[in-house]
Design a protein. Structure first.
Lengths: 293, 260
């Protein structure tokens, strides 16, 4: 069994990483990404004057540093206490991702926010959150130590992949590198895959609580995310003539970004849970048939 | 584990890659810097042609939106007498547009190098607004960027052709001298500490450009005889063009009309 303390700490790290995604979304929506023009210092000092966009940019930096420390601590704890090598590797991958993310953030400041780096920064943030979710799921009670001979859960994995592509498209729209049409098409494809994954699991495993919960979470978040997507788009259209980013647009967009992370995380979680629970001895389930008692 | 070290190394390399910076010159408050180039052709004000005109707004005068500076008391204090308004569309009392950039887009003789003015063009940050909202400069000419506010600003031009840069300017600090080496119409400028602050810079490789003021007129003087494409650009309504042929000492009119 995974250590309860380690499990709780992994949840804390994942929540902190999600908060960092929220903070990053706020920085972009407030158009404050370069409010602090130097890095790693802040206007030449440790603590800059707290005014305007500097508040958002500085809060994001502090939160990023805290999350990096938390992720490093999690990796070290897992290195000492975790028997499964792949879970330990997952921890170190998260460390590498958060360090690369910090370097990307610094490069964005030094190079005055090139679009490609901004998009990469937004996408890597989702990946980093995805790794922390995977660590949380790996530390859930009842997760088998090993699952020999199992094949990956293809539909949830496909959904997770499509949701990540959708993250790239969304970031490209947000940073002005692409029109919204591909992102809207991507929303259709990724939502369809997420719903397919969720419904398939519900049909096969309605009686298995962890799978039912994970699938319901993915379905609920997907619906919510589609709604938030419309809200973000319409709020942007409604405030296009305003001289500054308006609160309705800021919060709708940040909520959309946050829900995007949660849907991606839910797809990863479902993929892992299905992988561990899908019994190879029940091939009729793997083919999509109804459960046989 | 090797993969982790590769990723960490990549992150470090990215950090080092980001250590470059834009070219800049700083002067003490009030000092005027002169750009280097003092040779080249100048407009022939005696024999050259003149194109004058107005940039007209045809429609109901739009109500300019109020900028919300309530989260920034220092900025708010600068606008006690009247609330700060957006400058996206400023219609003058005579129905013309302020802040339109008019320039010769094409038609000038090939191969002519035009003299870069020794004077600087001021871009001031005052009341947490850029003043003026739109400026024109020649490529290579210095912009004198001032911060007259008791608060921090950052200046972030976002050119598509020239080098992008971003610098902070604390209150009371020295003016910043910056220039753009290549022609680009227009270069948006923003402050990301105060997200409503916007300015536009027209960077042109010759001296035939103008920004309309409170009378909405422009004048392009000393043009060599030829056929020119004249473009008028407005922040919200975009560019319009006219083709005009002038002979020596000609004086022609070209009015532009923008509709909402």
């Amino acid at each position: 069994m995974p250590l309860p303390g380690l499990r709780r700490f992994s949840v804390l790290v994942s929540v902190a990483t999600l908060l960092l995604v929220v903070a990053g979304g706020l920085v972009t929506s407030e158009d404050a990404s370069l409010a602090i023009s130097d890095w790693p210092l802040n206007l030449g000092r440790l603590i800059p004057p707290m005014e305007g966009g500097i508040r958002y940019a500085f809060a994001h930096r502090i939160l990023a540093a805290s999350v990096a420390i938390l992720i490093l601590a999690l990796a070290l704890w897992q290195q000492a206490a975790e028997a499964r090598a792949w879970v330990r590797r997952l921890g170190w991958t998260a460390v590498a991702t958060v360090l690369a993310q910090a370097a990307l953030g610094g490069a964005m400041v030094k190079l005055a926010d090139p679009k490609t780096l901004s998009i990469a920064h937004a996408c890597l943030a989702q990946l980093c959150f995805g790794f922390t979710v995977a660590i949380v799921v790996a530390n859930l009670p009842g997760v088998p130590r090993a699952r020999a001979g199992a094949s990956p859960a293809m539909v949830p994995l496909l959904a997770a992949g499509a949701l990540f592509v959708q993250t790239i498209l969304g970031a490209a729209v947000r940073h002005g590198a692409m029109a919204i049409v591909p992102h809207m098409l991507g929303a259709g494809v990724s939502s369809a895959l997420a719903m397919w994954a969720g419904l398939q699991v519900l049909m096969r495993h309605m009686e298995t609580a962890p799978l039912r919960r994970a699938a319901t979470l993915l379905l609920g978040l997907t619906f919510f995310q589609v709604f938030l997507g419309f809200a973000a788009w319409s709020s942007r259209a409604a405030t296009i003539d305003d001289p500054q980013p308006m609160p309705v647009m800021i919060w709708a967009t940040v909520a959309h970004v946050t829900a995007g992370s949660l849907v991606f995380g839910a797809a990863i979680a479902l993929s892992m849970i299905v992988y561990w629970h899908d019994e190879p001895a029940r091939p009729n389930l793997a083919r999509g048939g109804m459960a046989v008692a | 584990m090797n993969k982790i070290w590769i990723a960490v190394g990549l992150a470090g390399a990215l950090t080092l890659a980001g250590c470059g910076g834009g070219e800049k010159t700083e002067t003490k408050q009030g000092e005027t810097a002169a750009p280097a180039a003092a040779t080249g052709a100048t407009p022939d004000l005696t024999n050259g042609a003149t194109i004058t005109g107005k940039v007209i707004f045809d429609g109901a005068k739009p109500v300019m939106k109020t900028i919300d500076m309530s989260a920034n008391p220092t900025c708010m204090n600068a606008h006690k007498s009247s609330p700060p308004k957006s400058e996206e569309v400023v219609v003058n009392d005579n129905g013309t547009l302020k802040n339109a950039f008019v320039w010769v887009k094409s038609g000038l003789p090939d191969g002519t190098t035009w003299q870069i003015p020794a004077t600087t063009v001021e871009l001031n940050q005052t009341g947490c607004m850029y003043d003026p909202h739109v400026i024109g400069i020649m490529a290579g000419q210095n912009i004198d960027i001032k911060n007259s506010d008791p608060t921090n600003h950052n200046i972030h031009p976002m050119p598509a052709i020239n080098q992008e840069w971003n610098e902070s300017q604390p209150p009371g600090s020295a003016d910043k001298m910056q220039s753009f080496p290549r022609q680009e119409v227009m270069v948006p400028v923003k402050c990301q500490i105060h997200n409503w602050m916007r300015a536009y810079i027209g960077v042109v490789s010759h001296p035939f450009y103008a920004v309309t003021g409170s009378d909405g007129t422009f004048s392009l003087k000393g043009l060599p005889p030829g056929t020119y494409v004249i473009q008028a650009w407005q922040e919200k309504y975009g560019p319009q063009e006219q083709t005009i042929t002038v002979a020596a000492k000609d004086s022609k009119t070209a009015d532009f009309t923008f509709k909402p």
